[in-house]
Design a protein around this ligand. Structure first.
Ligand code: GH3
Ligand code: MG
Ligand code: MG
Ligand code: MG
Length: 297
């Protein structure tokens, strides 16, 4: 296991020193003598795991665990209680508060090391699974599952801030013929290049691009009215045309192009995201009907 950053929170200097000796060889161990100190550590860098004492002045370990579990940024950090409180009720309380483990003092060095190691492994596996479950393998973009999660979040935020929200549905033109002529592997490469252009055409971290399905992509544009969304869509359309990926069987031109449908939800005319997607889909159909390689709303 490469050097994981772990945080030991304990008001007793001797416990901190012992744990430093037990874990310091393999791990990047940091210390805090109180919950307050721990919070300032955590603000600078999120630890991969926290070893947490219970009896501490001011905020005790149970309370601190509750605080960490209540915040989105810190709720996934695994917490191991390490305490001299040894009753089954206390141990149960710790585990029910969301800790992954509970070690009773005085502790055995090699058991602590092994448990920390196991929980770090589990955390890494969990993180990896989360990323894999949200990512499209071919393009590295957000997948459809992630898109819907993000759309929910963005929609909540837009509502709160009374901002417009736009989406783009992008579909590669005559892509079946592309595969038929150039083969599926070339088709995959083409989709990767199209995805790359879409991603680099977006404004910043607030815009999200996802693979919606086969040769369809969806962009979520936060705080973007129809006019801005049309501009961004046109930039994407023209940049893909400018790639000049040969497509001799295209119904449109001699290169790969896309059609784009745009839909907007405004603070004065708020619509649900299912409806937003439906509107974008209708606009996309119109773009196809009108000859492809164009943007419609
Ligand atoms: P239109 O201009 O109306 O959009 O026509 P089209 O041929 O693009 O649309 P159609 O829905 O008939 O075909 C989409 C094709 O996209 C069919 C499918 O084989 C191909 N496709 C979907 N996913 C992938 C993929 O991951 N890789 C490759 N190579 N092809 C894919
Ligand atoms: Mg203590
Ligand atoms: Mg399609
Ligand atoms: Mg298509």
């Amino acid at each position: 296991m490469d050097e994981a950053f772990i945080l030991v929170v304990d008001d007793q200097m001797n416990t901190i020193e012992t744990l430093g000796e037990v874990l310091g060889d393999e791990l990047d161990v940091h210390f805090a003598l109180s919950a307050e100190q721990a919070l300032s550590h955590i603000e600078r860098q999120l630890p991969e795991l926290i070893l947490l004492d219970i009896m501490m002045p001011e905020i005790d370990g149970f309370k601190f665990c509750e605080i960490l579990k209540s915040k989105l940024e810190t709720r996934d950090i695994p917490i191991i209680f390490i305490s001299s409180l040894s009753s089954p009720e206390q141990e149960t309380r710790g585990l029910e508060a969301g800790a992954v483990d509970y070690i009773i003092k005085p502790f055995n060095a090699s058991i602590v090391r092994a448990r920390v190691h196991n929980h770090l492994e589990l955390k890494r596996t969990k993180d990896l699974l989360r990323v894999l479950s949200q990512t499209d393998v071919l393009t590295g973009m957000a997948n459809r599952r992630r898109l819907f999660e993000l759309l929910d979040q963005v929609q909540d935020r837009s509502l709160r801030l009374a901002q417009p929200l736009s989406i783009l549905l992008i579909d590669v033109d005559s892509f079946k013929q592309y595969n038929d002529l150039y083969g599926h592997i070339a088709g995959d490469v083409c989709l990767q290049r199209v995805a790359g252009v879409i991603q680099s055409s977006l404004r910043s971290v607030t815009d999200v691009a996802a693979r919606y399905g086969g040769e369809e992509f969806c962009c979520v544009l936060e705080n973007s009215d129809q006019e801005l969304a049309l501009q961004i869509a046109e930039r994407i359309r023209s940049s893909i045309e400018a790639l000049q990926i040969p497509h001799l069987n295209s119904a449109v031109t001699r290169c790969v192009t896309v059609s784009i449908g745009v839909a907007t939800s405004t603070p004065s005319c708020r619509i649900q995201h299912a409806q937003l997607l439906m509107n974008a889909d209708k606009a996309l159909y119109a773009a196809k009907d009108l000859g492809r390689n164009q943007v419609r709303h």
